[in-house]
Design a protein around this ligand. Structure first.
Ligand code: SF4
Ligand code: FES
Length: 248
Protein backbone atom coordinates (compact mmCIF):
# COMPACT_ATOMS: atom_id res chain seq x y z
CA UNK A 1 0.00 0.00 0.00
CA UNK A 2 0.96 3.60 -0.63
CA UNK A 3 -0.30 5.94 2.06
CA UNK A 4 -0.12 9.60 3.03
CA UNK A 5 0.50 10.16 6.73
CA UNK A 6 -0.29 13.46 8.39
CA UNK A 7 1.51 13.33 11.73
CA UNK A 8 1.49 15.76 14.66
CA UNK A 9 5.03 17.02 15.28
CA UNK A 10 5.75 19.05 18.42
CA UNK A 11 9.18 19.60 19.99
CA UNK A 12 7.93 19.87 23.57
CA UNK A 13 4.93 21.00 25.61
CA UNK A 14 5.79 24.71 25.21
CA UNK A 15 6.34 24.53 21.45
CA UNK A 16 3.60 25.03 18.90
CA UNK A 17 2.82 21.77 17.10
CA UNK A 18 1.69 21.15 13.54
CA UNK A 19 0.65 18.33 11.23
CA UNK A 20 3.41 17.31 8.80
CA UNK A 21 2.83 15.20 5.72
CA UNK A 22 4.84 12.03 5.04
CA UNK A 23 4.22 9.82 2.00
CA UNK A 24 4.97 6.14 2.68
CA UNK A 25 5.12 3.09 0.39
CA UNK A 26 5.46 -0.70 0.72
CA UNK A 27 3.07 -1.09 3.67
CA UNK A 28 1.63 -4.63 4.02
CA UNK A 29 -1.82 -5.35 5.42
CA UNK A 30 -0.31 -7.76 7.96
CA UNK A 31 1.86 -5.05 9.53
CA UNK A 32 0.70 -3.53 12.78
CA UNK A 33 0.16 0.22 12.94
CA UNK A 34 3.31 0.62 15.04
CA UNK A 35 5.34 -1.46 12.56
CA UNK A 36 4.18 0.93 9.87
CA UNK A 37 5.50 3.82 12.01
CA UNK A 38 8.77 1.88 12.50
CA UNK A 39 9.16 1.75 8.69
CA UNK A 40 8.52 5.50 8.51
CA UNK A 41 11.08 6.20 11.24
CA UNK A 42 13.76 4.01 9.62
CA UNK A 43 13.32 6.05 6.45
CA UNK A 44 13.51 9.34 8.38
CA UNK A 45 16.67 8.23 10.23
CA UNK A 46 18.30 7.14 6.95
CA UNK A 47 17.59 10.61 5.54
CA UNK A 48 19.13 12.26 8.64
CA UNK A 49 15.74 13.52 9.85
CA UNK A 50 14.37 13.23 13.37
CA UNK A 51 12.15 10.16 13.86
CA UNK A 52 8.56 10.57 15.07
CA UNK A 53 8.33 9.96 18.83
CA UNK A 54 5.52 7.64 19.89
CA UNK A 55 4.87 5.66 23.05
CA UNK A 56 4.88 1.85 23.13
CA UNK A 57 6.11 -1.04 25.25
CA UNK A 58 4.44 -4.47 25.17
CA UNK A 59 3.02 -4.26 21.63
CA UNK A 60 0.41 -6.86 22.60
CA UNK A 61 -2.42 -4.85 24.16
CA UNK A 62 -1.31 -5.17 27.78
CA UNK A 63 0.63 -2.10 28.90
CA UNK A 64 -1.59 0.74 27.68
CA UNK A 65 1.32 2.87 26.42
CA UNK A 66 0.41 3.11 22.74
CA UNK A 67 -1.97 6.02 22.66
CA UNK A 68 -2.61 7.44 19.21
CA UNK A 69 -5.56 9.33 17.85
CA UNK A 70 -5.95 7.86 14.35
CA UNK A 71 -8.27 9.64 11.94
CA UNK A 72 -9.98 11.19 14.96
CA UNK A 73 -10.48 7.92 16.89
CA UNK A 74 -8.43 6.76 19.88
CA UNK A 75 -6.66 3.52 18.82
CA UNK A 76 -8.06 3.89 15.29
CA UNK A 77 -10.99 2.40 13.38
CA UNK A 78 -11.01 -1.19 14.75
CA UNK A 79 -12.90 -2.13 17.94
CA UNK A 80 -11.57 -3.66 21.19
CA UNK A 81 -7.94 -3.27 20.11
CA UNK A 82 -5.11 -0.99 21.12
CA UNK A 83 -3.01 0.90 18.56
CA UNK A 84 -0.32 -1.81 18.72
CA UNK A 85 -2.96 -4.47 17.86
CA UNK A 86 -4.37 -2.44 14.96
CA UNK A 87 -3.47 -3.92 11.58
CA UNK A 88 -2.82 -1.99 8.39
CA UNK A 89 -5.41 -4.17 6.61
CA UNK A 90 -7.96 -1.80 8.19
CA UNK A 91 -6.75 0.81 5.67
CA UNK A 92 -6.79 0.97 1.86
CA UNK A 93 -4.14 1.77 -0.71
CA UNK A 94 -4.10 5.54 -1.29
CA UNK A 95 -5.59 6.43 2.12
CA UNK A 96 -4.57 9.51 4.06
CA UNK A 97 -4.15 8.79 7.78
CA UNK A 98 -4.09 11.60 10.34
CA UNK A 99 -2.13 10.64 13.47
CA UNK A 100 -2.29 12.82 16.59
CA UNK A 101 -1.57 12.43 20.31
CA UNK A 102 -4.43 11.87 22.77
CA UNK A 103 -5.83 15.36 23.47
CA UNK A 104 -6.66 16.46 27.03
CA UNK A 105 -5.40 19.21 29.35
CA UNK A 106 -4.54 16.51 31.90
CA UNK A 107 -2.39 14.71 29.25
CA UNK A 108 0.21 17.35 28.24
CA UNK A 109 2.16 16.57 25.07
CA UNK A 110 5.78 15.70 25.85
CA UNK A 111 6.94 15.35 22.25
CA UNK A 112 5.22 14.57 18.94
CA UNK A 113 2.74 11.77 19.76
CA UNK A 114 3.88 11.14 23.34
CA UNK A 115 1.72 12.49 26.17
CA UNK A 116 2.28 12.53 29.91
CA UNK A 117 -0.39 10.33 31.55
CA UNK A 118 1.03 10.48 35.08
CA UNK A 119 -2.29 12.08 36.11
CA UNK A 120 -3.71 8.53 35.86
CA UNK A 121 -0.94 7.25 38.16
CA UNK A 122 -1.85 9.88 40.76
CA UNK A 123 -5.54 8.89 40.63
CA UNK A 124 -4.50 5.27 41.15
CA UNK A 125 -2.17 6.21 44.01
CA UNK A 126 -5.03 8.12 45.71
CA UNK A 127 -6.88 4.86 46.48
CA UNK A 128 -6.56 2.16 43.82
CA UNK A 129 -5.16 -0.44 46.22
CA UNK A 130 -6.01 -2.48 49.30
CA UNK A 131 -3.91 -2.43 52.46
CA UNK A 132 -2.76 -5.90 53.48
CA UNK A 133 -0.98 -6.87 56.66
CA UNK A 134 2.21 -8.57 55.52
CA UNK A 135 3.74 -8.94 58.98
CA UNK A 136 3.56 -12.73 59.08
CA UNK A 137 -0.16 -13.29 59.63
CA UNK A 138 -1.40 -12.59 56.10
CA UNK A 139 -4.69 -14.34 55.39
CA UNK A 140 -4.71 -16.53 52.29
CA UNK A 141 -6.86 -14.75 49.68
CA UNK A 142 -8.64 -18.01 48.85
CA UNK A 143 -10.02 -18.25 52.39
CA UNK A 144 -12.44 -15.37 51.65
CA UNK A 145 -15.32 -16.63 49.49
CA UNK A 146 -16.29 -14.42 46.53
CA UNK A 147 -19.32 -15.25 44.42
CA UNK A 148 -18.64 -16.00 40.75
CA UNK A 149 -20.60 -13.04 39.37
CA UNK A 150 -18.73 -10.52 41.54
CA UNK A 151 -15.37 -12.14 40.78
CA UNK A 152 -16.06 -11.97 37.03
CA UNK A 153 -17.24 -8.35 37.19
CA UNK A 154 -14.21 -7.36 39.26
CA UNK A 155 -11.92 -9.10 36.78
CA UNK A 156 -13.61 -7.29 33.89
CA UNK A 157 -12.98 -3.95 35.59
CA UNK A 158 -9.38 -4.95 36.31
CA UNK A 159 -8.69 -5.40 32.59
CA UNK A 160 -8.47 -1.59 32.24
CA UNK A 161 -4.92 -0.93 31.05
CA UNK A 162 -4.92 2.82 31.77
CA UNK A 163 -4.43 3.75 28.13
CA UNK A 164 -6.46 6.96 28.28
CA UNK A 165 -8.58 6.32 25.17
CA UNK A 166 -11.71 7.02 27.22
CA UNK A 167 -10.41 10.50 28.00
CA UNK A 168 -9.35 11.15 24.40
CA UNK A 169 -12.76 10.01 23.11
CA UNK A 170 -14.73 12.21 25.50
CA UNK A 171 -15.76 15.72 24.47
CA UNK A 172 -15.27 16.75 28.12
CA UNK A 173 -11.95 14.85 28.51
CA UNK A 174 -13.54 13.02 31.43
CA UNK A 175 -11.64 10.26 33.21
CA UNK A 176 -14.78 8.70 34.71
CA UNK A 177 -14.49 5.38 32.85
CA UNK A 178 -10.88 4.85 33.92
CA UNK A 179 -11.47 5.92 37.54
CA UNK A 180 -14.67 3.91 37.82
CA UNK A 181 -12.94 0.77 36.51
CA UNK A 182 -10.27 1.16 39.18
CA UNK A 183 -12.91 1.79 41.89
CA UNK A 184 -15.11 -1.12 40.68
CA UNK A 185 -12.26 -3.60 40.68
CA UNK A 186 -12.10 -3.30 44.49
CA UNK A 187 -15.70 -2.32 45.28
CA UNK A 188 -16.89 -5.72 44.07
CA UNK A 189 -14.62 -7.73 46.36
CA UNK A 190 -14.81 -8.23 50.14
CA UNK A 191 -11.12 -7.33 50.34
CA UNK A 192 -11.96 -3.89 48.92
CA UNK A 193 -14.79 -3.07 51.29
CA UNK A 194 -12.63 -1.95 54.24
CA UNK A 195 -11.21 1.13 52.49
CA UNK A 196 -14.17 1.63 50.12
CA UNK A 197 -15.32 4.98 51.54
CA UNK A 198 -11.99 6.78 51.47
CA UNK A 199 -11.02 5.09 48.19
CA UNK A 200 -13.85 6.50 46.10
CA UNK A 201 -13.75 9.94 47.76
CA UNK A 202 -9.98 10.27 47.34
CA UNK A 203 -9.83 8.95 43.78
CA UNK A 204 -12.65 11.22 42.59
CA UNK A 205 -11.07 14.21 44.36
CA UNK A 206 -7.74 13.47 42.63
CA UNK A 207 -9.49 13.05 39.27
CA UNK A 208 -11.04 16.51 39.66
CA UNK A 209 -7.75 18.01 40.85
CA UNK A 210 -5.98 16.75 37.71
CA UNK A 211 -8.37 18.78 35.55
CA UNK A 212 -10.39 16.02 33.88
CA UNK A 213 -13.88 17.08 32.76
CA UNK A 214 -17.29 15.96 33.95
CA UNK A 215 -19.22 13.00 32.57
CA UNK A 216 -22.29 13.93 30.53
CA UNK A 217 -23.27 10.33 29.66
CA UNK A 218 -22.30 10.56 25.97
CA UNK A 219 -20.87 7.04 25.98
CA UNK A 220 -17.97 7.66 23.55
CA UNK A 221 -15.57 6.27 26.19
CA UNK A 222 -17.27 2.87 26.22
CA UNK A 223 -17.19 2.63 22.41
CA UNK A 224 -13.48 3.45 22.13
CA UNK A 225 -12.24 1.48 25.16
CA UNK A 226 -9.99 -1.33 23.87
CA UNK A 227 -10.89 -3.50 26.89
CA UNK A 228 -14.67 -3.15 26.71
CA UNK A 229 -15.02 -1.42 30.09
CA UNK A 230 -18.71 -0.67 30.35
CA UNK A 231 -20.63 2.42 31.48
CA UNK A 232 -21.96 0.22 34.31
CA UNK A 233 -18.64 0.94 36.03
CA UNK A 234 -19.48 4.65 36.09
CA UNK A 235 -22.93 3.93 37.54
CA UNK A 236 -21.28 1.72 40.20
CA UNK A 237 -18.77 4.45 41.08
CA UNK A 238 -21.57 7.02 41.35
CA UNK A 239 -23.40 4.72 43.81
CA UNK A 240 -20.18 4.17 45.78
CA UNK A 241 -19.56 7.93 45.83
CA UNK A 242 -23.08 8.75 47.00
CA UNK A 243 -23.03 6.27 49.85
CA UNK A 244 -19.48 7.35 50.83
CA UNK A 245 -20.59 11.00 50.87
CA UNK A 246 -23.61 10.17 53.06
CA UNK A 247 -21.36 8.21 55.44
CA UNK A 248 -18.77 10.98 55.51
S1 SF4 B 1 -11.27 2.43 30.75
FE1 SF4 B 1 -10.67 1.56 28.75
S2 SF4 B 1 -10.09 3.35 27.52
FE2 SF4 B 1 -10.09 4.02 29.66
S3 SF4 B 1 -8.00 3.77 30.37
FE3 SF4 B 1 -9.10 1.86 30.88
S4 SF4 B 1 -8.71 0.51 29.12
FE4 SF4 B 1 -8.20 2.58 28.42
S1 FES C 1 2.25 -1.15 23.34
FE1 FES C 1 1.37 -2.04 25.14
S2 FES C 1 -0.76 -1.89 24.82
FE2 FES C 1 0.08 -1.18 22.96
Amino acid sequence: MKLTLKIWRQKNNDAKGELKTYPIDGIEGDMSFLEMLDVLNEGLINKGEEPVQFDHDCREGICGSCSLQINGEPHGPDRLVTTCQLHMRMFNDGDTIVIEPFRANAFPVLKDLVVDRSSFDRIQQAGGFISVNTSGNTVDANSIPVNKHDADESFNAATCIGCGACVAACKNASAMLFTSAKVSQFALLPQGKIEATERVLNMVAQMDKEGFGNCTNTGACEIECPKGISLESIARMNREYLSASLEG
